[in-house]
Design a protein around this ligand. Sequence first.
Ligand code: IPE
Ligand code: IPE
Ligand code: MG
Length: 255
Amino acid sequence: MKTIEEGPLLLSGTTLPQHVAVIMDGNGRWAKARGQARIQGHRKGVEMVRELVAACGEKGIGAVTLFAFSSENWRRPKLEVRLLRQLFLLALEREIHKLHDNGIQFRVIGDVAAFGADIVKRVRDAEDLTQHNTRLRLTIAANYGGRWDVAQACTQMMRDINEGRLVAEEITPETLSPYLSMGDIPEPDLFIRTGGEQRISNFLLWQLAYTELYFTPVLWPDFDRTQFELALQSFASRQRRFGRTGDQVEAAWRA
Ligand code: IPE
Ligand code: IPE
Ligand code: MG
């Protein structure tokens, strides 16, 4: 372990991610291990979301993005999908005023229309209510897929091309970024996936290009503050080089 006198490693050890993205996986296995129905794991999962959001707010992390339901999760048994939908609605009802009181801006990304008009209305109301809050930006990815996101960005871009606001030949990665669902906030610094799988499962694809990845076998309902601290420590111990050499990065730290 380097000491502070030795320079940049410890300095970088004090850095906090500004945007954390999480695949909250393992609810079903958590419930199964207790002989309970899978929905019990999802219920406990919502409690852990509350914990994580509180921890992020206290620490001064600016944005947290949570994968709640993927575009592939429709393949699950009808009953589980129905119960997840209900849980989403209930959580929206119960939590939104608390979120607002705590200065949290709430947004949903994904094709929410598929969940039905009642959810769409609640989501839009919640987004309107909290739109000017600045303490923490909470984004829930629901019926979200990273490929869908890139496709919908292309659709919007095509519209701008057709209407003369954009020239097709001049498109660069920087042109596409703002059309993505979270085009208006910095990309995640830290990605966490609980539950042991080491895959992206069609979560943020474009936005994770240079994100630090952290995988843990801990199931989402067990991912408490201590576990979150471990993830943050892991992040802090890494050197983000963005293509440069380690020497270049250390020199920049010293300057
Ligand atoms: C993640 O937990 C939550 C959702 C996908 C809604 P899972 O339900 O995938 O839990 P496991 O992976 O089956 O344990
Ligand atoms: C990813 O988890 C989606 C969410 C956590 C919402 P899954 O459990 O659906 O992922 P796979 O199918 O194991 O890759
Ligand atoms: Mg899973």
